[in-house]
Structure formats: structure tokens, C-alpha cells
Design a protein around this ligand. Structure first.
Ligand SMILES: NC(=O)c1ccc[n+]([C@@H]2O[C@H](COP(=O)([O-])OP(=O)(O)OC[C@H]3O[C@@H](n4cnc5c(N)ncnc54)[C@H](OP(=O)(O)O)[C@@H]3O)[C@@H](O)[C@H]2O)c1
Length: 349
């Protein structure tokens, strides 16, 4: 099996390369800058790996860079401006596609724009193969199996420690800052922007007091309604993040920061993603996934996500994680990487 990494020279791209090398999967480095690709190959311990140079503005070159590969992992963000070009090229090259995007409107655009084209080409596309969307989307499917038709799902993201966001994540945030500040999309029979969160506070695992929360554009608001019969899905995060979003963020400031958190900081990071589901009859259940190191976990998930599309093909088209992978099987695969998940009944509200 041969997997290309587009945007292989970035912070996340190099972590993906390292994971592919650890797993002994044949890797092609792709990107726009030959010098940075060569450096990335050396850092990831893949000096002999094939390198292919193509920018997102040249469709034919991009198709050529992906041709002959079984799958591509696109790590080139911000995705809002450059992601669609890589999806289009992967479909033309007949190459299964995953990416590490977290930009909610881009993820919805991939579903809206490429579903038919990917299906016709026999290619499977799974956007947002990252630490948050994949486990939470899979867990939503497990919760719905338990509850039946669901009235409401609330997805809460909390990340503690870890040395902050990478420059690439900050660039993605800057490109989408208005949508983020407005809270992103809520699903309510359709996807709508600017809907206030119904929940102002959530009791997180291990806490005595509810944590104040605010609406936040988590990717799974876009993916969950594609495989769960649900009336409403909203995403929230700690309200304390609101102050940080209002701090001035400029391209110059981002350029002056480190490329991303170092290994020690990543190891000290802890994410908690909580899914609260309420069935039509009022029965409630909660899913929790916790783990370390969002960027390292994203590398593990993106590589395994691409590998499964090739080794154990899903239907062609643009798919949510739970449409592409066996939910409990994929979640259990993550356990040796320190990721724990649980689903249990919750007291009625
Ligand atoms: N949970 C999540 O939501 C989650 C988790 C992990 C990562 N991510 C996302 O993953 C993305 C990558 O992050 P990062 O830290 O790796 O960023 P980064 O270090 O800035 O790397 C970005 C990569 O994309 C390439 N690139 C950027 N714009 C391009 C364009 N127009 N055409 C071709 N290549 C382009 C860069 O190439 P050069 O080296 O040539 O500049 C580089 O290889 C971000 O969007 C981040 O938000 C999201």
C-alpha cells in the first residue's frame, strides 16, 4: 500500500510521516516546496522516500503527484483556501482521501461539493480525520444504537495543557475567525449559523460544578446527522476560550510563534470530548473520550483512517467517520495510544 501525504512539510504533516514510518507503510511526500519536503523526509527518518512537488493552483500537476498512490492524507491547511483543490485532484487520480481539517464550513463544503463526483469515481473521501471528529462521530453512532432516535446531541470539547496551537492551526483559526466567534453551525433539521447554544454549562467528568460553555464550531455537527437519526446537534467548548478568541491575532504574530508544541508539551496535554445524547422519550446517555496529545493522536487517526479505506474499502463518496469505519472497532484500536472511551446511561435531566 502506498500513501501520499500532501502538506508533508508542515508540523502535522511531519507527525503523520513519522507515524507512517513507524507502521512501515510506503510513503510519498507531496507539497509545493521541494526544499521543505526534503527536510521533512530527513526529520521523519524517510530520506529515501519518493517526493513529488505540486502546488494547489496546478490541477494537472496535483493529479500527477497523487497518481499511483492508494490514498492521500492531506495536512495542508488552512483548508478553507486550499483543501478543495486536493480533494478534486484525489478524486481525479482515483486515490482515497482523508484530511486533518477542523474547519467546519470547509468540511461541510466537501460533503456538498464532492459527494457525487467521489461516488462516480469510486473514491472514498473522509474529511476531518482528526483527534476530535473521528472518536466523537464514532461514539455518537454507538450512543444512537443504544438510544434509538435521538432528540438532541451536545458535543463538548475541552483541552487542557499542551503548549497551545500550532501556527497552522492558528492560521486556520484566523481564516475562519468570524464563523468561530459566531459559534459555528447548529444542526436543527438543516445546518444553521449563529444559533445560540441551548446549554450554558456542562458537568464534565470528575468535576463537582458545571463548567460554563459557549457555542463552538466542532466538525461533528456536520458529520453526525449523516448517520444518526437526530433532531438537533450543537457543539460547545469552555466559555473561558471566548476571551482568548478576542485577543488580537495577525499573520505577523502567528509567524513569530514556534511552529507547534514540543514533544514534552504534547505529552502533557489532555483532551476530553463529551457527548450528551437525549432520546425522544427523555432517556439520556453520555459518551466520553479522553486522551493525550491532540496532534500526535491526529497523526495516528489520519494514518489508520487512510489505511482502513485502502485495506477494508468503504462505500465510495464523501463519508462521516462512522459511515467509513466500524465504530467500536476503530475506537478500540486507539486504546494502545492512551485513548479511552466509554458510553453509559445518564440520569434524566
Ligand atoms: N482537531 C483539529 O481540528 C486539527 C488537528 C490537527 C491539525 N489540524 C489542522 O491541520 C492543518 C495543518 O496544521 P500544521 O500545524 O501542520 O500547519 P503548518 O505547520 O503551517 O503546515 C501547513 C502545511 O500546508 C502546506 N500549505 C499551506 N498552504 C498551502 C497551499 N496554499 N498550497 C500548498 N501547500 C500549502 C505547507 O507547505 P509549506 O511547507 O510549503 O509552507 C505545510 O506543508 C491546520 O489546518 C490545522 O488546523 C486540525
Amino acid at each position: 500500500m502506498k500513501i501520499a501525504v500532501y502538506g508533508a512539510s508542515g508540523y502535522q504533516g511531519r507527525l503523520v510521516l513519522t507515524e507512517l514510518a513507524r507502521r512501515g507503510i510506503e510513503t510519498v511526500l507531496a507539497g509545493r516546496d521541494p526544499v521543505r519536503l526534503k527536510e521533512a523526509a530527513a526529520v521523519a527518518g524517510l530520506p529515501g522516500a519518493e517526493r513529488r512537488v505540486a502546488g494547489t493552483g496546478d490541477h494537472e500537476a496535483l493529479v500527477g503527484a497523487l497518481r499511483g498512490c492508494d490514498g492521500v492524507i492531506n495536512c495542508a491547511g488552512p483548508f478553507t483556501s486550499s483543501g478543495a483543490a486536493v480533494v478534486r485532484a484525489a478524486i481525479a487520480a482515483g486515490c482515497h482521501y482523508v484530511d486533518t481539517s477542523g474547519e467546519q464550513l470547509y468540511i461541510k463544503e466537501v460533503f456538498d461539493t464532492f459527494a457525487t463526483r467521489a461516488r462516480d469515481a469510486g473514491v472514498t473521501v473522509v474529511p476531518a480525520a482528526n483527534d476530535g471528529c473521528v472518536p466523537v462521530d464514532l461514539m455518537a453512532h454507538v450512543l444512537a444504537d443504544r438510544l434509538g432516535p435521538v432528540e438532541e446531541i451536545v458535543s463538548t470539547h475541552v483541552i487542557v495543557g499542551g503548549g497551545g496551537m500550532s501556527r497552522g492551526s492558528l492560521r486556520s483559526l484566523l481564516e475562519t475567525i468570524d464563523a468561530v466567534k459566531a459559534g459555528g453551525l447548529t444542526y436543527d433539521g438543516g445546518w444553521r449559523p449563529g444559533v445560540p447554544a441551548r446549554h450554558a454549562a456542562i458537568l464534565l467528568p470528575g468535576q463537582q460544578e458545571p463548567t460554563p460553555v459557549m457555542a463552538f464550531p466542532v466538525p461533528e455537527v456536520v458529520t453526525i446527522p449523516r448517520h444518526v437519526r437526530v433532531r438537533r446537534v450543537e457543539g460547545v467548548t469552555e466559555a473561558a476560550l471566548g476571551d482568548r478568541l478576542n485577543m488580537p491575532l495577525t499573520p505577523q504574530l502567528i509567524d513569530s510563534l514556534p511552529e507547534g508544541p514540543d514533544e514534552d508539551s504534547r505529552r502533557g496535554q489532555r483532551f476530553t470530548y463529551v457527548l450528551d445524547a437525549t432520546a425522544a422519550g427523555g432517556r439520556r446517555a453520555r459518551g466520553v473520550v479522553q486522551g493525550p496529545d491532540t496532534y500526535g493522536t491526529t497523526a495516528v487517526i489520519a494514518v489508520e483512517g487512510a489505511r482502513r479505506l485502502i485495506a477494508d474499502p468503504a462505500a465510495p463518496g464523501v463519508l462521516a467517520p462512522a459511515q467509513a469505519y466500524d465504530p467500536a472497532g476503530f475506537l478500540d484500536f486507539l486504546a494502545p495510544h492512551g485513548i479511552r472511551w466509554s458510553v453509559e446511561d445518564a440520569p434524566a435531566a
